[in-house]
Design a protein around this ligand. Sequence first.
Ligand SMILES: [Zn+2]
Length: 137
Amino acid sequence: MAESVKVRQEILEEMLEHARREPCIECCGLLAGRDGVITAIFPATNSLSSATAYENAPRELFEIFRTLRKRGLTHLGHYHSHLSTENAPSPSDIEQAGYPDQAYFIVSVRPGAPNPVRAFSIRDGAVRELEIVSTMP
Ligand SMILES: [Zn+2]
């Protein structure tokens, strides 16, 4: 049985919107929520400003984690976009994935991409696609 990740529908839309707002570089950010459901999105600056790689700006991460604590939210996932390659984890995405129990969302900005938002678990170099279960508030 496929593992799944629960996420509010509006968060999926916001990830796509963020990716479209930054069509020339990979966008990135964190996802959080409660009781295993992703209900909040925290867009971050890609400090690499790159079309093929990303790093959440460390200074912003500090602020984001502070906000999570203040709002009682749990860090549940990450997202970034791919501009021209398939929205599946790249070798560097797999190498850099440091949270084996979290969901890594990858958004495609290619027109006509069959699945513009996909989610993966990345555990010790092993990638598994997660079924995205969208929920309404
Ligand atoms: Zn990537």
